[in-house]
Design a protein around this ligand. Structure first.
Ligand SMILES: NC(=O)c1ccc[n+]([C@@H]2O[C@H](COP(=O)([O-])OP(=O)(O)OC[C@H]3O[C@@H](n4cnc5c(N)ncnc54)[C@H](O)[C@@H]3O)[C@@H](O)[C@H]2O)c1
Ligand SMILES: C[C@@H](O)[C@H](N)C(=O)O
Length: 373
């Protein structure tokens, strides 16, 4: 086939699949010949397309944080151990290293990330690398680099290689001028943390790449996530994990938020279930590309009361961290996730009582509960 004809066929295919319909150029930015890191201008035409009957080949960035190892476990169960690669810039614990493929990947190293995607024929990418709200405020330049420059690398590679891309957003993508009770999917978003600003940027850039280049971008705004077997990475909602550990270890918990600070929260199993469900949802079901998801909403006082049903002698004191409190006071109190429920059937399994019971059964507090009774 003459070269001109095959290129024009490829362009037509790309235009049809772009969802853009505007007839203007849809080649990703780094393919336009203006980037020092450019690949050939027809790079995406050569991508192996993902057939729905195959298992996806998955890469998880920032996979050694609170959520990544659990996500890998869920995806490996579904798609096979060797089809899911965990990556991070940290050294994995033995049990993680031996549980399936792990690879070093710094998302700020564009060429290395691209090499990993190409050599492993990746088709789905879950982009978990980030600096969370509190650690982001403590190191704004690093948060800007990881959360914004890193995202740009991931977006370009995903667009060039025709990946389905999941990027989590957060309740932190809203700010003091957003409606807080409840917070709908579409409303004013003027966050006042670098974390929130970077997440609004991620939502908008992902949606822009979707409409402009046909990138299959999918995004959920997670509430604060609570897990038993992984530690949170420096956020405002971390107290809701720490209380369980301290209740069991010392019977005392000092909370860094005020007792009446209400925030949306979710058990990790619900969060990971939603993530897989939105990635598997048929594109036609998605009326939007960024959805709120919700399960429960509580204050430190309400959580402490539920914990005290299991450990009655728990003593809770409050020593407010001004940075975290200001952040929490600007975030949603309740999250409206009706679009996720309507479009792709989202439904949570864990409310507050089930969450607390499950956490204690994981953390093995039986002996302490027995002592208390
Ligand atoms: N955990 C939550 O409550 C929560 C809530 C809302 C959204 N999210 C989002 O979910 C994602 C995962 O959250 P998490 O709680 O597991 O985060 P985490 O902070 O626990 O883990 C983030 C990981 O990113 C890695 N990382 C940092 N810089 C990197 C770089 N340059 N290259 C590659 N990796 C790098 C870190 O080593 C870390 O393991 C994040 O994007 C976060 O914003 C989390
Ligand atoms: C809410 C979420 O994005 C994270 N747990 C934080 O508090 O920063």
């Amino acid at each position: 086939m003459p070269i001109v004809k095959s290129v024009s066929r490829a362009v037509n295919q790309l235009l049809q699949s772009s969802g853009c319909g505007c007839g203007i150029s849809i080649v990703p930015v780094r393919c336009l010949g203006i980037s020092p890191r450019q690949v050939t201008s027809d790079a995406s035409f050569h991508s192996v397309s993902f057939s729905e009957s195959d298992h996806p080949r998955v890469l998880i960035t920032g996979g050694l944080g609170q959520l990544g190892v659990g996500l890998a476990k869920l995806l490996r169960k579904r798609f096979g151990k060797n089809n899911v690669i965990l990556s991070d810039i940290r050294k994995p614990a033995d049990n993680v290293f031996y549980s399936g493929p792990f690879i070093y990947s710094d998302i700020l190293d564009y060429k290395n990330l691209r090499e990993i995607v190409v050599n492993n024929r990746i088709t789905w990418l879950f982009h978990y690398s980030a600096l969370l709200s509190a650690v982001g405020e403590a190191n704004v330049p690093l948060a800007r680099a990881v959360n914004i420059t890193g995202l740009h690398n991931v977006l370009d590679i995903a667009a060039e290689h025709n990946l389905r891309l999941f990027v989590p957003s957060t309740i932190g993508a809203f700010g003091p001028t957003s409606p807080r009770d409840p917070t709908p999917d579409l409303c004013i978003q003027r966050p006042r943390t670098i974390y929130g600003v970077s997440k609004v940027h991620a939502e908008l850039m992902g949606e822009y790449y979707h409409y402009r280049y046909g990138l299959d971008f999918r995004c959920l705004r997670y509430p604060g996530i609570i897990s038993a077997d992984s530690q949170p990475g420096g956020g405002t909602t971390d107290y809701a994990v720490q209380i369980f550990h301290d209740a069991i270890k010392t019977g005392k918990f000092q909370c860094n938020l005020k007792p009446d600070t209400r925030l949306p929260m979710m058990y990790i199993d619900d969060c990971l279930k939603a993530t897989l469900e939105v990635m598997e949802a048929p594109a036609e079901a998605l009326s939007m590309r960024t959805y709120n998801i919700s399960a429960m909403s509580f204050t430190p006082e309400e959580l402490a009361q539920e914990v005290q049903k299991h450990i009655p002698e728990l003593q809770v004191t409050y020593s407010v961290d001004a940075v975290r409190q200001a952040i929490a006071d600007s975030w949603p109190m309740n999250f409206d996730d009706s679009n996720a429920r309507k479009d792709w059937g989202w439904k949570h399994d864990y409310d507050l009582p089930e969450l607390v019971t499950t956490m204690f059964s994981f953390l093995g507090s039986d002996s302490r509960i027995a002592q208390a009774n």
